[in-house]
Design a protein around this ligand. Structure first.
Ligand code: FE2
Length: 218
């Protein structure tokens, strides 16, 4: 298996010991509702770090980096240790199901390397998994979805490819919460490949390949 054929992999970074209740309260204090993916009120979002351009964009959300560093230093240290020159870091929670799609709104990770390079951190995951990869867009049937098992690994960090295949988010069980971090920035491809190389070995039982997804397509 070549690295460029990986559709999804967990990444070898230390697992965070997060106070989930405190994190949810922090998010609820600052979150705002945003519309993406062909719908209104799809997500709730909070920006916790941003580069200079984002801070100057008139429609940019407030950046709560000082608050995040004060309340969750371990989380922010982990984010700063990733091989990404950060342009925008946000906590996201979907409030309706998000159909399978490819991301178009943070082109900074569109570097020429063809493999999985969209970085995310799962912070709070519901009992019922929601993030999935699929060979099809929109709302693929369950047999065309693979849900990575976030509760079976010792990391919060994962990456996936934005090419050839799709990702989406099913709705969580009512009453549960799900928070993840989305990063936009400039990827250090050399460092990323080094991390991915050891990660696909460490998490080999959880790696999803592009071919595996395409073989599910009818
Ligand atoms: Fe997405």
């Amino acid at each position: 298996m070549e690295l460029k054929d990986v559709a999804f992999s967990f990444l070898d970074f230390p697992k965070l010991e997060l106070d989930t209740g405190k994190l949810i309260a922090f998010f609820d204090k600052y979150k705002t509702t945003a519309a993406t993916y062909k719908s209104t009120e799809t997500w709730q979002i909070m920006t916790i770090e941003a580069g200079e351009w984002y801070r100057k964009v008139p429609i940019g959300l407030p950046v709560y980096d000082k608050e995040a560093r004060q309340e969750f230093p371990d989380l922010m240290d982990l984010i700063y240790s990733l091989p990404v020159k950060l342009e925008r870091v946000q906590i996201w929670e979907n409030i309706i199901p998000v159909g399978a799609h490819q991301d178009t709104f943070h082109p900074a990770l569109n570097c020429p390397w063809p493999g999985p390079k969209m970085y995310r951190l799962m912070l709070v995951d519901p009992e019922c998994p929601t993030f999935y990869m699929s060979p099809n867009s929109e709302h693929p049937p369950e047999e065309q979805r693979i849900y990575p098992k976030f509760d079976q690994v010792d990391t919060n960090v994962f990456c996936f490819t934005n090419e050839d295949v799709f990702h989406g988010s099913a709705m969580r069980t009512p009453g549960t919460r799900k928070l993840l971090i989305q990063l936009a920035g400039h990827l250090d491809v050399e460092k990323h490949i080094e991390i991915l190389q050891r990660s696909v070995v460490k998490y080999k039982d959880h790696v999803i390949t592009v071919d595996q997804l395409k073989s599910m397509k009818q």
